[in-house]
Every structure is written in structure tokens, then in C-alpha cells.
Design a binder for this molecule. Sequence first.
Ligand code: BJW
Ligand code: ZN
Length: 265
Amino acid sequence: MGLGAQRVDSGKVKGSGASPTHQRDRLPRVVALTGAGISAPSGVPTFRGDEGLWRRHDPRQLATPEAFARDPRLVWEWYDWRRQRIVTCEPNAAHYTLVEMERALPPGHMAVITQNVDGLHQKAGSRNLLPLHGDIWTVRCVQCGYRAEDRRVPLPELPPRCPRCNGLLRPDVVWFGEALPYTVLNQAFAVVQAADYMLVIGTSAVVQPAASLAVVAQRHGAQLVEFNIEPTPLSEIADEVVLGSVDETLPIWWAEMAQRWGIKR
Ligand code: BJW
Ligand code: ZN
């Protein structure tokens, strides 16, 4: 999804003085921060852990601007392989639960901040979405800035070339040492500061600045709820840790909360 299509409302509900006649507006503001673990049940490889991509591949050789400058073809072979893995993957119950939450809560009360580049939140139908690390299905020219969606798998030529200036195209993702998209990151900080619930879903919470969003949310009064198959550095400060595969745990958590908040599903 292009940034222009994003609809992010960061207004606060806490202490907003909502009229009792507007019951829906009194429902909490929820933000989800998602990582590779939410897409694991869909068959998308994670980065860290026993089965993770970094077990077999050195991130410095593949996910840095220096690596791309050194060997663009090698970097593209890795991304082309990942695109071939992801293209057949479908969103799972966790992605769809976040869509259901967005539809059930008042407009602007639900946002998804994702570190994932796989496009599964978009495919599931999340609309209020902030992709922090870019999109594996978009290419960008390192020379002239040309940017376009490209869903061809496999790509016919590696590395692909810019149709405008014949410069090198790169995946439009954020590598280590690169700044996150400024507007998206600012919007992310705004929504977490307004959140009543911060759901941290399927991330090892070691990559910055994404992981710090959870801490900021909690400092601004949000309940921090973590969903993961194992503890992370955030678990110690989380208000609740829900262990288990997120495609199973998130739908259950949401069913309980929807009942508590009087939401008909
Ligand atoms: C399940 C599950 C199931 C599995 N159910 N759960 C020292 C200290 C602090 C920061 C730094 C530092 N040294 C360097 C930095 C900065 C660096 C950083 O954070 N490094 C740390 C690793 C140390 N950060 C950056 O460089 C960022 N940029 C930056 O800081 O810029 C500054 C700047 C400012 C101004 C100008 C210039 C620069 C950029 C970070 C970019 C990260 N990029 C990647 C690649 C994206 C493209 C691609 O996909 O190829 O993003 S790396 C990779 O990690 C990817 C992910 O989005 C990201 C996070 O990973 P994630 O999603 O958490 O996945 P995993 O695999 O780690 O975890 C999966 C989890 O799921 C696990 O916990 C499982 O248990 C769980 N799980 N199955 C529930 N079924
Ligand atoms: Zn170009």
C-alpha cells in the first residue's frame, strides 16, 4: 500500500471527555507492533532463532547498504528467493484478527505497526497500517529514486535495472544502518503515545527503533501485552505475556476482550 493510502488517527481517548452518549468512542485505543513471528504460521521464515534466516545467512552480507554496494547480485538472489517463498503464503488467523479488531473498534482506534515486509497485513485487509521496514514487493532506483511495485517471481534479471535511467534497482526495504521512513516512524510514535493497549506480536524485540515503541507506549500509560512462543527482552516489563503460537492465542485474547468491552462480533 502506498503511504498516501494510510489512514492514521493519533487522537487520544484517555481523558478526552467523550460524551456518555458516544459509547463507541469510549472504547480503548489499540496498537499492534508485529514482527516476523506473526507470519511464521503462514510459512514465512523468521530472522532469528533455530530456523531463522540469520542462522544460514550473515546479515552484514545481505541486509546492509554496504553489502548491496559490494555485491548487488548476491543480495538480490537472497531477496528473489525470499519473494518466491512469500508469494504463495496467505495471511493466517492472527492477521485476520487484527483486521477484525480494526473493523470492530471506532475509526482511528486501531493501528498496526509492522516490521514485516511480506505484505500479509495488506493482503488480510489491515488499512491503518504503518510499515516500518518497507516492502519486499517494491523496488527503488538507487540513482534516480524511481519507485514501483514489482511482483514478478522470479525476477527475469538480477540485479534488476531502472526502466527510467538504467540505474540499479534495490528492494525498498530498510537495512541495518539506514533510517526508517520519517513520516511512518513519526506516526508510529504518535499512535503508541495515544494507545490504551500495546500488543507486541511475534517479534524478538531486539531491533531498534521498533522495539522502543513498546516501551514508549507503556510509559504513556498503555497496557503492554506480548504474544510470542518464548520470552523476549520485553517480557520482563510486559503487563501480560501470552505464550503460544499467535494464530491461536490472538483470536482467543481478542474474543475475551471484545466480550469485556461489550463489542458484538
Ligand atoms: C512467534 C511465532 C509464532 C515465531 N507465534 N511468535 C545497538 C543498540 C541498539 C541499536 C543498535 C545497536 N547497534 C545498531 C543498532 C541499530 C540497529 C539495531 O537495532 N541493531 C540491533 C540488532 C542491535 N537498527 C538499525 O540499524 C535501524 N536503523 C537505524 O537505527 O537507523 C538510525 C539512523 C538514523 C538516521 C540516519 C541513518 C540511520 C534499521 C533496522 C532495519 C532492520 N531491517 C531488517 C531487514 C528488513 C528487510 C528484510 O526483511 O530483509 O528488518 S533486519 C530484521 O529484523 C527485519 C525485521 O523486521 C527485524 C526484526 O525482526 P523480528 O520481526 O523481530 O523477527 P525475529 O526473527 O527476530 O523474531 C521473530 C519472533 O517471533 C521471535 O521472538 C519468535 O520467538 C517469535 N515467533 N514464531 C508467536 N508462531
Ligand atoms: Zn533510475
